[in-house]
Design a protein. Structure first.
Length: 342
């Protein structure tokens, strides 16, 4: 085994290339990713119903422990996942930074690895699974791919990608109401190296020095900002990625039109291949996966001035960049916030 020198102390184990090798999967592939909390599990079920000869999956190698302890029915593909990826790779193997998408993305964002190394490891994570599929089209819906938008076409040259973005206010609320421990002291993932991005991992981050004093709410706000920034940055080298707003796709008055437009985009591949598809409204909005279960954070219209200011200080610039926060009521709420004391 070999270790990188200096700060790049990532275990490369059996992934070291021993001879010239081109880590490319030429299968026609579809990726729907997001900055999180965007009903990707639902999309993984919709795509195979609408696109001919398509295999759809949601986080195919992620093992949720609560589903093993009595709720296996929530993940009917659990046993198949274990068969395809191996129990070790879905558990202990996830602790190795370059053997999971979350760690791979963070390593790339931190500058610990370059794009060539990232592409090679993405290939190693997926090749065995993808090449076994009998369907001609592979569709993966996975938020952990959001920070790898520039790496996807290096491994999957015949791929199309959609990245779903969401209003930071509803994203923060949805995440904390779904996972109340997120970025808090009880969040076990914060104790696993290279599993959760943090401002204090990036010296150039404007909140690097403030991180240790951030509340849980502020840290989750920062997480939205980080993820939104990452997808914009990583998409610059991928000409086959399209951004769609969550609100247009799942909440707007034109949601069916937006969905059909997305389907049309995803079914037309870079090599000229056009997949057969049929848009069916009745297949779209059934029971969503991963809905929020708690009511810890209210709608932004009910936020206190302090909460509004904390959010705005961290996310305001990115909200403007993504064209969110234009409502008259929100503008008034921002105006009523007390200025920061020097």
């Amino acid at each position: 085994m070999k270790r990188l020198k200096g700060e790049n102390k990532f275990l490369l184990d059996d992934f070291i290339m021993q001879k010239p090798f081109e880590p490319i999967l030429k299968k026609h592939s579809i990726f729907i990713t997001a900055i999180g909390r965007s009903a990707l599990g639902s999309f993984s079920r919709i795509l195979p119903q609408m696109i001919k000869d398509c295999h759809g999956v949601h986080e195919p190698d992620v093992l949720w422990f609560y589903r093993i302890t009595g709720l296996v029915k929530d993940d009917p593909l659990l046993l198949r996942k274990i068969r395809d990826f191996g129990f070790f790779n879905m558990t202990i193997g996830k602790l190795l930074p370059l053997r999971n998408l979350r760690g791979l993305s963070l390593a790339l964002q931190m500058g610990k690895i370059d794009t060539t190394t990232a592409a090679y490891h993405l290939y190693k994570i997926r090749w065995h699974y993808v090449l076994r599929l009998k369907e001609s089209i592979y569709a993966e819906c996975n938020s952990q791919l959001a920070g790898l938008l520039d790496i996807i076409p290096l491994v999957f040259p015949n791929s199309k990608t959609v990245c779903i973005i969401r209003d930071g206010r509803s994203w923060v609320r949805s995440f904390l109401n779904r996972v109340p421990t997120l970025m808090g002291k009880k969040d076990l993932m914060t104790y696993v190296p290279y599993s959760r991005p943090r401002a204090d991992l990036f010296p150039e981050d404007p909140f690097f020095r403030q991180w240790k004093n951030f509340s849980q709410f502020q840290r989750v706000c920062w997480l939205w900002r980080y993820r939104a920034s990452s997808v914009l940055k990583s998409s610059s080298l991928n000409s086959n990625v399209k951004f769609i707003k969550y609100e247009d796709l799942l909440e707007g008055t034109q949601q069916y039109e937006t969905m059909e437009e997305m389907l049309k985009y995803l079914s037309s591949f870079p090599d000229g291949f056009q997949a057969d598809y049929k848009f069916c409204k009745e297949n779209i909005f059934g029971k969503k996966i991963g809905q929020s279960q708690f009511s810890i954070i209210p709608h932004w219209k009910e936020w206190t001035p302090e909460r509004v200011k904390q959010f705005q200080d961290i996310c305001g610039e990115m909200q403007n960049r993504l064209d969110y926060g234009r409502e008259h009521q929100w503008l008034e709420m921002k105006a009523n916030c007390k200025p920061t004391e020097n």
